[in-house]
Design a protein around this ligand. Structure first.
Ligand code: ARG
Length: 482
């Protein structure tokens, strides 16, 4: 059983009665039982156990390298920590609220397992630089997971765009029919949103991937630590340059959550369109049944629960961003216990992103476009009115005059309940003598879309070109990942 899901986390057991605290030396009475519970973080920070152990093992190896520990001592510590990681992964670890947090649960267990040598691990280190390191390691891996899912979703969008490059649908402004666009073009718009989200996350990752260990509690440590060596062992790009800053600031988590909020905002926009498009009134698409649910009372219902839920979950990520910003606001240097509150918002942000991206990455590429409906919808609402005006401009009419003329044509068509393309040639020529027999080619939605054949335009040819470029970009990113 893995403990990666918050739903199957091991419950922390009540405080071991009267166990001496690892920091208990200066205290004259035990911690109040309520306070112990109130201040503990193990209920949620247990999720950092892999990173905590990874960080401790690198620290121990570094301590041996600089001669603070003997190789034999470091070896015992490394093996003890390996065994503890196995215990935790197997669900056999006894998490204790009395031991407060993930760090002291693991350290206390290490001392239980290997004896006094275990007490040497914490040399030249504080929980303050330890937690800062743990979060950075955890968030770095989380960002990589999110980036992989974004890329998978983008891959799917590109494939869908290619499949639907020629599919015409109404493009909207103000949610009113504006001009014909291609469905593929619309999917590539979603792709671009995600591409910027991925760029923001890659950029954030550079500022996450810096090692705080060595900052100790706040001022650094007199031990001759080789911080660069620890950084190398843990895959950090560099070490923090100021110990006070290193233990206190969580701006990297804020930055990540801001990027996450923007990503969720984008998913909520996509969700909204999916919900609209599945309605009987639009009927543009069909979502895979496995992503929908029925109604207990209305037999005809197929509800787009997944997009609705993603749209709704956007709210919690916005909330987490506000929590973290407020948590950090006005904090004096250096570490303050306030920062313990950074974890739950951060964890939930990552869980929400992973879940939402996983769902969209499979659901959207597998949707079915009801092409006859998108085409029929494009024929309503005079989507080619601009094309008619452009046509007249091509025949020497000034654009403002053309606009006026087409407005009159739209009114006539509306009165008769027909589309512009259905008006007889004679009627169009009565409105403007500039109209020729070839006018009907520009009045079709397909002709309108195909005419917008410039970089970034909606023409099928452009969609194929952009999709090919996107494919190449994604493949290059995937190669760089190995
Ligand atoms: N649980 C703490 C946190 O999440 C770890 C650091 C505690 N440091 C301290 N001096 N109490 O921030």
């Amino acid at each position: 059983m893995t403990q990666d899901s918050p739903h199957d986390k091991p419950a922390a057991t009540p405080a071991a009665s009267g166990e001496a605290k690892l920091w208990g030396g200066r205290f004259s009475e035990p911690t109040d039982a309520f306070v112990e519970r109130f201040t503990a973080s193990v209920d949620f920070d247990w999720r950092l156990y892999r990173e905590d152990i990874q960080g401790s093992q690198a620290h121990a190896r570094m301590l041996a390298k600089v001669g603070v520990l003997t190789e034999a001592e470091a070896g015992e510590i490394l093996a003890g920590l390996d065994a503890i990681r196995d215990e935790i992964a197997a669900g056999e670890f006894d998490w204790q609220v009395g031991r407060e947090d993930v760090h002291m649960n693991i350290e206390a267990r290490l001392i239980e397992r290997i004896g006094d040598v275990g007490k040497k691990l914490h040399t030249g280190r504080s929980r303050n630089d330890q937690i800062a390191t743990d979060i950075r390691l955890w968030l770095r891996a989380a960002i990589d997971d999110v980036l992989r899912l974004i890329r998978g979703y983008q891959d799917g969008l590109v494939a869908l765009a290619e499949r639907e490059a020629d599919t015409v649908m109404p493009g909207f402004t103000h949610l009113q029919t504006a001009q014909p666009v291609t469905f593929g073009h619309h999917m590539l718009a979603w792709y671009e949103m995600l591409e910027r989200d991925a760029e923001r996350l890659r950029d954030t990752r550079r500022r996450v991937n810096i090692l705080p260990l060595g900052a100790a509690a706040l001022a650094g440590t007199p031990y001759p630590l080789d911080r660069e060596y620890t950084a190398e062992l843990l895959g950090f790009d560099s070490v923090t340059r100021n110990s006070l800053d290193a233990v206190s600031d969580r701006d990297f988590a804020i930055e990540f959550t801001a990027a996450a909020a923007t990503l969720m905002m984008h998913l909520s926009r996509q969700a909204e369109e999916l919900v609209l498009w599945t309605s009987a009134q639009f009927a543009f698409i069909e979502l895979p049944d496995r992503y929908c649910t029925g109604s207990s009372i209305m037999p005809q219902k197929k509800n787009p629960d997944v997009p609705e839920l993603v749209r709704g979950k956007t709210g919690r990520v916005y909330g987490h961003l506000m929590s973290l910003l407020t948590l950090m606001k006005s904090q004096p240097l250096a570490y303050n216990k306030d920062n313990q509150e950074d974890k739950e918002p951060l964890f939930d942000t990552v869980d929400t992103l992973l879940g939402s991206l996983r769902a969209f990455g499979d659901m959207v590429p597998n949707l079915e476009v009801r092409r006859e409906n998108t085409l029929a919808a494009t024929r309503k609402g005079f989507a080619t009115a601009t094309d008619l005006a452009d046509y007249l401009v091509g025949r020497g009419v000034a654009f403002r005059d053309a606009h006026e003329v087409v407005g009159r044509a739209v009114r006539i068509a509306q009165e008769r309940g027909v589309d512009l393309a259905e008006l007889p040639l004679a009627d169009l020529q009565a409105i403007s003598p500039a109209v020729g027999e070839d006018v009907f080619t520009v009045l079709t939605p397909e002709g309108s879309a195909a005419a917008r054949n410039l970089t970034g335009g909606t023409a099928p040819e452009q969609v194929r070109r952009q999709a090919a470029a996107a494919r190449e970009h994604l493949a290059a990113l995937a190669r760089a990942d190995r």
